[in-house]
Design a protein around this ligand. Structure first.
Ligand SMILES: *Cc1c(COP(=O)(O)O)cnc(C)c1O
Length: 379
């Protein structure tokens, strides 16, 4: 195994972040305390929603949003097959069936008109995914949902700090979900947040994450069947400290993305990502390039790895994952654009403080390894 010359991603942890976590540890209050409340309040202000409920992961948040939307056995949820598997697992666990809509090759997301066409009488919700930090074109889907009485869940796990037509990602649907895994824009180690304009949904999230206990319930009384999806105080303290630097983190990501795009403009066979025209601020979760048709992406990844450059295949289509094939009978060829893009897309090393020399090294290596297969194809 070759040693990695550049890291795939890197959380940005400051002495201030560490001091916040240590102070929380010293306070003796390690769960259900002031750090969680302060993190939620700051988060809601940033996303422009009246409510934000901290949870133990983005995945847990998606599950709670699915429950609030009333999704259950026999229901369908219209969504994209080109996402992280958690976005669909959330409702499959509740007995609902995915109604996948193939993606537009330009945006890598389902066209809003195709989402409208996929809605049936069984559809309970639309689950949009803000892919790689790029907010989904939500307005047509919000209008459709209003007309058809559907819930809209926004998987904004990759889009903290992005904006759609001037509105923050995570403020668009009935509920939106964020994740704070270490490669996301901000991290709490593990953690997540559910934002909503609906007071009733927020109360439900707070109850469900806490074993189903309602605000008026006594310590061991529980009004509904709940979970332990709480975020602990150390994670919340880290999240609040990180959130204060979100502006700098997004600027850093934009700087790195711009360096990549400039350098890759001169590399044949590699297409740089282009955010949607409706995206008014892009916070860049990952930097995913598309290789030209005919380039052996897996060979390129192996050759890069041999040169110490890690990469990731983003994404492997959800419908072709084993549990989806087995449970729903999905087969290759059903969502051809998602499948082709899954074969051609690759995420390059990316984080907010990536030095220019690392970006240059990645681009040089990519140019060198892509040349043979391009040549072989032409001759
Ligand atoms: C990261 C991510 C999640 C899950 O977040 P976790 O905090 O890791 O559970 C869900 N959906 C998408 C699209 C993601 O990128």
């Amino acid at each position: 195994m070759t040693r990695e010359r550049v890291p795939m991603s890197a959380p940005w942890i400051t002495p201030g972040d560490i001091a916040s976590v240590v102070a929380t540890l010293r306070s003796g209050r390690l769960a259900l305390g002031p750090a969680t409340a302060a993190f939620e309040k700051a988060f809601a202000r940033l996303v422009s929603t009246p409510h934000a409920a901290a949870v133990s992961s983005g995945t847990a948040g998606l599950h709670l949003a699915v429950l609030a939307a009333g999704v259950g056995p026999g229901d369908e949820v219209v969504t994209t097959p080109f996402s992280f598997v958690a976005s669909s697992n959330a409702f499959v666990h509740e007995g609902a069936r995915p109604r996948f809509v193939d993606i537009d090759p330009a945006t890598l997301m389902p066209p809003p008109a195709a989402i409208a066409a996929a809605v049936t009488w069984r559809t309970r919700a639309v689950l949009t995914v803000d892919l790689f930090g790029d907010p989904y074109d939500a307005d047509p889907v919000l209008a459709l949902a209003k007309k058809r009485g559907l819930a809209v869940i926004e998987d904004a796990c990759e889009a903290l700090g992005s904006a759609y037509k001037g509105r923050p990602a995570g403020s668009l649907g009935d509920a939106a979900v964020f994740g704070f895994y270490p490669n996301k824009q901000i991290t709490t180690g593990e953690g997540g947040m559910v934002t909503t304009h609906r007071a009733g949904w927020d109360a439900l999230f707070r109850s469900l994450r806490n074993q189903g206990r309602d605000v008026h319930d006594a310590w061991t009384d529980h009004s509904r069947l709940g979970f332990n999806d709480r975020l602990d105080e150390m994670s919340a303290a880290l999240g609040l400290s990180q959130l204060k630097r979100l502006g700098a983190m997004v600027k850093g990501r934009q700087r790195v993305a711009a360096m990549y795009s400039e350098r890759l403009a001169g590399v044949g066979g590699v297409e740089a990502p282009r955010p949607l025209p409706t995206t008014t601020r892009m916070s860049w979760f990952v930097y995913v390039v598309r290789l030209a048709k005919g380039v052996d992406r897996d060979r390129v990844m192996r050759d890069l790895a041999a040169r110490g450059i890690p990469t990731r295949a983003y994404f492997s289509p959800i419908h072709l994952q084993k549990p989806y094939r087995e449970r729903f009978g999905f087969r290759p060829g059903q969502f051809p654009v998602a499948e082709e893009m899954a074969r051609r897309c690759v995420a390059l090393p990316f984080h907010a403080r990536m030095p220019e020399k690392d970006v240059a090294a990645v681009c040089r290596a990519l140019a060198a390894v892509i040349a043979p297969s391009r040549g072989a194809r032409r001759r």
